[in-house]
Design a protein around this ligand. Sequence first.
Ligand SMILES: [Zn+2]
Length: 462
Amino acid sequence: MTNHKKIAYRGSIFYFRDSANFANLPRADKTAGKEHYVYHEDGILIVEAGKVKDVGSYADMKKKIDHIKIVDYTGKLITPGFIDTHQHAAQSAIVAAYGEKLLGWLDQYVFPSESTYRDPHIAKKELNFFLDQLLMNGTTTAVSYGPLFYEATDIFFEELNRRKMRFITGNIMMDRNSPDTLCLSTQENYDIAKKLIKKWHNKGRLSFCLSPRFAISCSDKLLELCGSLKKEHPDLYIQTHLDENVNEIKEVKKLFPWSKNYLDVYDHFGLNDKRSVFGHCIHMTDPELEMLKKSHAVISWCPISNNFLGSGLFNIENVTKYTTNITLGSDWGGGNTLSMFAVMDEAYKVSMLQNYKLASMVRWFFATLGAARALQIDDKVGNFEIGKEADFIVVDPAATLYMRYRREKVTDIFELLFILMTLGCDPNIHATYIYGEPAYIKKEKQAVTVKVAHHKEKMTHK
Ligand SMILES: [Zn+2]
């Protein structure tokens, strides 16, 4: 139930104003662009009926909170929840899988594991575990690939609806180049999507996303059917993979010999749109970037997964010459963490390898308001402007011994964000609020009992 009583949260507060964009955020000169974000070292956020009612410095708000319940988070940072634009909800079991690049990794690890979601009991257990992990990491909204099967994806929507999360997802689709256990017919893929759109699209805070896995595992007919669903429902989102791996690109060329380039395949079937979210975009050619610029499609940059699978380096300097519709994704499954702190950290390192300094503010923007804007939900989430939905996180910058030590030396918000992005992970998320309600509160020092599986085979050294 939504709490209709006003509650005031006290702590440091940081968010981007609606006026912020990629070009006007502070970079090397910390004074420029200050008017595009808000930072109150001692601030108050007032929430009522799931929405932001008021926000300001404690000194200014003192009188307004006389008769309101106050939750005191002094010493912690209250900030909008993260938005992760690329993740696979059905891949928790294969995170940290050794030794393969994209195509081998899919065959050896991903496909066998995803096929277990045919059993609704397994699906329910695994998907709830995934969502608990997501909230523990401070992610409040995501664009996510659901499982392949109807029951499992229906369960996923059910759980998201129960948790009141603003979420964009759909059944992952594939009808070729995959094992029998996971390969559905073209018609089955279509029917599942059709049924789920009817049941869940625009229900509560949920949106449906057409999710063809990637061109290699989708026939022309399936992509054509995705295009027809998009025509029927123009406000559907689309997500797929694009230019992730060089062998993948060669394979796409073989399967679609008529195409000018990889993006042309999706474009041909009506799947390159301002509501399309393309994962990776590492090996983009200039004509493809021109096409993205025209369609206003969204890029989901997944640096952790790109490094783990040895896929390549996203060239932000070049891409931003064409588009700034850039967001960040964990690519959970290929990525080994759901922590957006870690994703922002990796984005920095990938940029440094290419002699490009990626400012703290820019990365934080990509993971919050920038993503909300790219997904066209910035009238609802992404910052604390009055009336927006109150999805927020409470970050503890001193969650570990070293971070407490380092925190004491921090002098401004720039440095605070930088140390969080460089050193932070799930222990730094103290609480996650969804629509004004606590969805996760960190328990102090849990004792964890680990069950170790004893394998009969001898361990081999990898
Ligand atoms: Zn992916």
